[in-house]
Design a protein around this ligand. Structure first.
Ligand SMILES: Cc1cc2nc3c(=O)[nH]c(=O)nc-3n(C[C@H](O)[C@H](O)[C@H](O)COP(=O)(O)O)c2cc1C
Length: 372
């Protein structure tokens, strides 16, 4: 693998900037090692916790497709295009004891690849906070290169877990600090996109000592109702609950969240996720300032771990560097963040008659008065 594809992110040397995100593609040692064989520079394990996990009695993930006639459905039809993934899968149903020997096995077999342990516990008591430290210590002792704190799982009923913590900047700071207290490796915070101003939560993570912010986890959503059966397209006994949307549909929304954060913290480290299946899409995250990019849905649909996706990403980056060699770009760092400052407030966008425009603040530019 060409060295020019390598990046350094939160002090870690990655052979390339592309990672499989925490999800089914990374739920086992077998999958993770296949992913490294396929060429992924890093992998984030499926989130590891200490509480017993029991998933719903039915499919955990399905894919929503846009049909040529304008319908959208989880039913696959000729000519349909992927719109999104929808899931209500919980974190890993394997115990920490199951993961521990596998982390060291993977690291011994692939010492040059980056293995990030995604971890999650609660925050409602000292005991819960200690769980974060138990998880962190166990994973780093086995060779995990970094932690990703899951502050973003969108389908937790517990108020002190997942995206419920991720909506509270103080809880984010506390949890990050608690893990930082024991961590000998970088700590990344994976935030939920489901808040009003993600800059607030990112600030909380950085204040707690986070080395990087990761975004986005899936967006809260529910499946569509089938117009024939009048049932939700995915349900158990006719019931649904809020799950997470990933894949192409979330790319523009996730980019918007990322743009807010990379502008607010231009020196911060960011890992972009959401809707990436090819290099052009990954490039948008990099041009906004991300140093690595993660993939889930596209990999799930490509032999479970994305061999063709990573091939395309690597080839795309190689070709991009060739194409822009005349600009002196030799590596990702040379163009990272190049478009970060192009996202501006609405009033900064040029108007046809610019001299008559006063930033939308003049009374005359607003709605006409009812008395006029
Ligand atoms: C079935 C499924 C399970 C997931 N499980 C986790 C998880 O355990 N921990 C986590 O941090 N994110 C989890 N995610 C979120 C993904 O890592 C990723 O953030 C999200 O799917 C957006 O990326 P994408 O558009 O490439 O799918 C899961 C996503 C899916 C589809």
């Amino acid at each position: 693998m060409a060295d020019r594809l390598a990046v350094t992110f939160t002090g870690l040397r990655f052979p390339n900037p592309f990672l499989l995100s925490s999800a089914p593609p990374t739920e086992s040692d077998a999958n993770i090692m296949r992913a490294f064989d396929a060429g992924w520079g890093g992998v984030v394990t499926k989130t590891i916790g200490l509480h017993p996990v029991v998933n719903v009695d039915g499919p955990k993930t399905k894919f929503l497709r846009a049909h040529p006639d304008g319908q959208m459905s989880m039913k696959k039809r000729d000519g349909s295009a992927l719109h999104s993934s929808w899931n209500w899968e919980l974190i890993s149903d394997k115990a920490l004891d199951w993961w521990v020997p596998r982390i060291s096995k993977i690291k011994k077999a692939y010492p040059d690849r980056i293995l990030v342990a995604s971890i999650m516990a609660g925050s409602g008591s000292d005991r819960e906070l200690e769980h974060w430290q138990t998880l962190a210590k166990a994973c780093q002792d086995e060779g995990a290169d970094a932690f990703e704190l899951n502050l973003s799982c969108p389908h937790m009923d517990r108020k002190d877990m997942g995206s419920n913590i991720g909506k509270d900047q103080e809880q984010i700071s506390i949890v990050t600090q608690v893990v930082k207290d024991v961590a000998r490796v970088p700590v990344w915070a994976k935030l939920t996109p489901s808040t009003t101003d993600i800059v607030v939560e990112a600030r909380g993570a950085f204040l707690g000592g986070a080395d990087a912010i990761v975004s986005s986890n899936t967006f809260p959503s529910i499946p569509l109702i089938d117009p024939e059966s009048l049932e939700f397209e995915m349900n158990v006994d006719g019931l649904v609950s809020s799950g997470g949307l990933g894949g192409p549909a979330i790319l523009p929304q996730s980019l918007a969240k990322m743009a807010q954060m990379t502008q607010a913290f231009p020196d911060g480290a960011f890992s972009g996720i959401g809707g990436v299946s090819n290099f052009g899409q990954a490039l948008s995250y990099v041009l906004l300032g991300c140093g690595t990019v993660q993939v889930c849905t596209a990999a799930m649909l490509d032999h479970a771990i994305g061999p063709n996706i990573i091939k395309g990403l690597l080839q795309g980056l190689e070709e991009f560097l060739d194409r822009h060699a005349d600009k002196g770009w030799k590596a990702l760092e040379d163009f990272r963040g190049l478009r970060r400052d192009r996202v501006v407030t609405h009033s900064h966008i040029r108007r046809p008659a610019a001299k008559d425009y006063h930033g939308g603040h003049e009374a005359a530019e607003g709605y006409a008065s009812s008395r006029a």
